[in-house]
Design a protein around this ligand. Structure first.
Ligand code: SOE
Length: 397
């Protein structure tokens, strides 16, 4: 990036936990990566003026607004970044794309497959005009996860035979924890399934390069009632006196068939998404087993990738730990000298980098809204399967 690099002015809608994470990405990416355009943190949009102003100062946004409709119509805005709860993704994203703004939207793409379809259609219309949309499945951009995808693509695992994917958290264990928006179907679409299961689905499909075609699932709400929320903060907030009903799943379990075609039956994967996994804080784990090798990734140890080479001599075989901190590993060159670790926040810088590079080059960034729709269709099939007592259910296409 040079002083004469084009500027791309960003308006971010939403100022919660994900707003903080995306702000970090926009602020840091241009300072560590050579970018073809410079993202400018122009405008932060939130519902409460005072709180939005405080967040803007803390995170480094130039201006604030409480009106997203006005924000997306501004001529001096090029990119709209959506970090609101899922119930507003479709309306904001479609309006922003139709107004000629590039859009980055948090996952899951929408609350329903129908909304996601409308968003993918709007993105396709916009792409024909050189306006691009991407969904924020950030964990693809953790270097160890990107390396896992590269090893599979290079054939180091041979033929894939099985996948185990789980996303385990425990932040809902306290039954007096408040009824935040993530526990309300009308706001979040679903519970563990969409909030964290969506990441497991995206990452498993991304690493294996294969899509799920059918699923069989079951879902459970473990704590049915919680105190209503008095004030939100981070993932939850402070509890009020009254109790309200949890309308989403706390736990979603499903199996899925990947990559089935007319001539092969593909391979099976198992999935688990829960916010009741006692002691597990943010464990997004994927294990892929193939005819020539296997790999294992765990977000709680995000600088490492486990690799097993089944073609090595038997005496020396065993899972080894690749420390993904070396020059030549994806994204790593831009940061610290070899051997120095990265953290949760780096994925957001990688996401901002990849989005800016694609938009500046006039190419489609990935994962696209079509990719986001496909994940939404998997989630939808899991919900339909669970409602029909785990019957195997085709993923729509
Ligand atoms: C909360 O469960 C959450 O913050 C998700 O919403 C994020 O997408 C995930 O990255 C971490 O957990």
């Amino acid at each position: 990036m040079t002083d004469s690099s084009p500027r791309l002015r960003v308006a971010m809608i939403g100022a919660g936990f994900m707003g903080a994470a995306h702000s970090q990405g926009w602020r840091v990416a241009p300072r560590f990566f050579e970018l073809q355009a410079h993202p400018e943190m122009a405008l932060l949009v939130g519902r409460d003026h005072g709180r939005t102003e405080a967040a803007a100062q803390k995170w480094g946004w130039g201006e604030v607004s409480t009106d997203w409709r006005e924000a997306i119509l501004r001529d001096d805005i090029d990119i709209v970044d959506i970090v609101t709860p899922g119930d507003s993704h479709a309306e904001i994203a479609i309006a922003a794309l139709d107004a000629g703004k590039h859009v980055l939207c948090e996952k899951p793409l929408a609350n329903t497959a129908e909304e996601a379809r409308a968003m993918a259609a709007a993105a396709e219309r916009a792409a024909a005009r050189g306006i691009y949309a991407m969904v924020g499945f950030t964990y693809r951009r953790v270097p160890a996860a990107t390396l896992a995808r590269d090893l599979v693509a290079q054939g180091r695992l041979g033929e894939i035979r099985q996948v185990r994917a789980s996303y385990l958290q425990d932040w809902l264990m306290d039954e007096d924890g408040p009824l935040s928006w993530r526990l309300q179907k009308n706001r979040a679409g679903s519970g563990a399934l969409g909030d964290i299961g969506a990441h497991a689905v995206d990452l498993a499909q991304y690493i294996t390069g294969s899509s799920l075609s059918s699923v069989s699932g079951t879902m459970e709400t473990i704590i049915a009632e919680r105190p209503v929320l008095a004030e939100s903060s981070g993932l939850s907030g402070t509890a009020g006196r009254e109790r309200g009903t949890v309308t989403v799943d706390d736990l979603a379990l499903f199996t899925g068939r990947f990559g089935a075609t007319d001539t092969t039956s593909g391979f099976l994967g198992s999935f688990e998404a829960t916010r009741f996994s006692t002691g597990r804080k943010n464990a997004l784990r994927i294990e892929v087993s193939g005819s020539k090798g296997a790999l294992g990734f765990d977000l709680e140890r995000l600088n490492e990738l486990q690799f097993f080479d089944a073609t090595a001599p038997g005496q020396t075989q065993g899972f080894s730990t690749i420390l993904v901190t070396e020059p030549g590993h994806p994204y790593v060159d831009a940061w610290w000298p070899a051997g120095h670790m990265l953290g949760y926040e780096h994925g957001f810088s990688h996401q901002a980098r990849d989005f800016i590079q694609a938009v500046a080059a006039g190419t489609q960034p990935t994962p696209s809204f079509a990719d986001g729709l496909q994940v939404q269709q998997v989630l939808d099939a899991v919900e339909r399967s669970a409602a029909a007592n785990s019957v195997w259910t085709a993923v729509a296409n």
